[in-house]
Design a protein around this ligand. Structure first.
Ligand code: ATP
Ligand code: MG
Length: 460
């Protein structure tokens, strides 16, 4: 009540959901329907022919307005999920209570949602929760919220003004409910309504602000940015699976370097990804992180694949190294020291942030390969080249070299070795084995349970 009064005095009322949109014709925005995918055009046309409203909405309209290729197309409509299903034979309802319909054309899928009222809470955003009633916790966080609404209400529950633009393909119009076109042109990310209240309803919006500002090269409006520092600790209340997904979106967006800088600038990095926290607080680890993020961004830019496992392997590398050093100092043999350190590192992290186990295997392989790169004699380099994860391991080695954690000469050697012809390769082999090391190696091999490759310990 008091907050509402203060907001009223400060003029920060949530905009009325019943306000009319500004409708911009083609000449004012320049987005032609041909710029949409044929699949999304089929979906909007199908709905309109069945008598419903249908708009392209969200990130796609924003991106087209900015001249960026949209990642995917979402459609919003006043048709209910059952009505959508009836229009499209090849469609499927996703989620139980808050239902999204996936409509398929060939390999493409379009996400179609019914206009929703009010703001999605942390669970609603996942599109699958169990209760249709709206629940608000003491601190204002919306826990459940699943009510169909008008387009005006649908616009008001979206996060940023530039994300609340609706494109009508038949008439080639943009319906702008909250001044998003002007904000997008001015490259401003502005929360719809009262920012503090909207962040409280769903703290993940703070991360979205940092991610989208980095991705779009927008600046966060001062009034939107203002409450973030104070509310950042609310992120601790978000289920870790959702936090993990949101962070992966940021780290694999192609703008990870800027995104992480933005997180820091907003004071959001503490407690979001514990492993990121640890790296950011330790200056000696930063060159490596910088190299890793830069490399991932480049890969995205060049259309190469990226993987959460690789990113996690980067973020946890130093923890693993520290663990390994402890095990070795305690007198453990190399192989058990290594595999023990891997397990401990991953388990410890999982206590702080539940990330899926399905990445463990790949993470361990990338780490395990690192100890094989220094061995450049005999048949070893050839066997390593044939390893199914060689490429990921080599990319990791390159990043380590850039970050000062491995010899640049070693990374360069592997760069050359891969592309060299047979004769050149043979000439590159480095015979490392002196009588003394051979004796040592035999001794160590005897202790090694797996009896595999000899591995030099490479502590950074
Ligand atoms: P990207 O281009 O990275 O996908 P996006 O803005 O499209 O960015 P999505 O996660 O795809 O982000 O969400 C689609 C739309 O749903 C957004 O544009 C926004 O309107 C709305 N939205 C998503 N998450 C939230 C949220 N937590 N609170 C309010 N609205 C949200
Ligand atoms: Mg999107």
């Amino acid at each position: 009540m008091i907050r509402r009064l203060i907001n009223k005095i400060l003029g920060r009322q949530a905009p009325s959901p019943h306000a009319a949109p500004r409708v911009l014709p083609l000449e004012e925005h320049g987005i032609r329907r041909e710029q949409l995918s044929s699949c999304v055009l089929r979906v909007t046309r199908g709905l309109r022919e069945a008598g419903f409203d249908a708009f392209v909405v969200g990130g796609a309209v924003r991106d087209l307005l900015l001249g960026r290729p949209p990642k995917d197309f979402d459609v919003a409509t006043n048709a209910t999920p059952e009505e959508i299903r009836r229009v499209f034979r090849r469609s499927r309802v996703i989620g139980r209570r808050f239902q999204i319909v996936h409509v398929y054309c060939g390999p493409d899928v379009i996400e179609v949602t019914t206009f929703r009222a009010s703001t999605p809470g942390p669970e609603a955003a996942d599109g699958d929760e169990g209760d249709a009633t709206r629940t608000i916790a003491d601190d204002g966080m919306i826990l459940r919220d699943n009510v169909f609404g008008s387009q005006a209400e649908d616009a008001a529950r979206r996060d940023f003004t530039a994300n609340a633009l609706y494109y009508q393909p038949d008439r080639q119009e943009i319906w702008d409910w909250h001044g998003g076109v002007a904000d997008a042109r001015a490259r401003v990310l502005r929360m719809i309504g009262n920012p503090a209240q909207r962040f409280r309803e769903d703290p993940v919006r703070m991360l979205r602000a940092a991610r989208l500002a980095a991705k779009l090269d927008f600046h966060i409006a001062p009034t939107t940015r203002g409450p973030i520092a104070e509310l950042a600790p609310m992120l601790a209340r978000i289920p870790s699976a959702r936090l993990f997904d949101e962070m992966m979106k940021l780290l694999l967006s192609g703008h990870a370097e800027r995104g992480v800088r933005q997180l820091r600038a907003e004071g959001l990095h503490h407690g979001v990804l514990p492993m990121l926290d640890a790296i950011l607080d330790d200056p000696t680890r930063q060159p490596f992180l910088h190299a890793a993020l830069h490399d991932t961004d480049e890969r995205v830019r060049q259309g190469h694949s990226t993987s959460p496992a690789f990113t996690l392997a980067c973020l946890l590398w130093f923890d693993y190294q520290a663990e390994l050093a402890t095990n070795l100092a305690a007198g453990m043999h190399e192989q058990p020291a290594r595999s023990g350190a891997m397990d401990t590192t991953l388990e410890r992290q999982r206590k702080a942030l539940a990330f899926p186990r399905r990445f463990d295997g790949q993470i361990k392989e990338i780490w395990a390969l690192q100890s094989r790169f220094p061995q450049r004699g005999g048949g070893r380099p050839y066997r390593l080249l044939g390893h199914p994860r060689f490429r990921a391991g080599y990319d990791f080695l390159r990043i380590r070299a850039q970050g000062g954690d491995a010899e640049q000469e070693l990374a360069d050697w592997w760069t050359r070795f891969q592309d060299a012809g047979e004769a050149e390769r043979a000439g590159m082999l480095i015979a490392p084995v002196t009588g003394e090391t051979r004796r040592k190696r035999r001794r160590r091999t005897r202790h090694r349970p797996e009896g595999g490759e000899t591995a030099e310990v490479t502590l950074g």
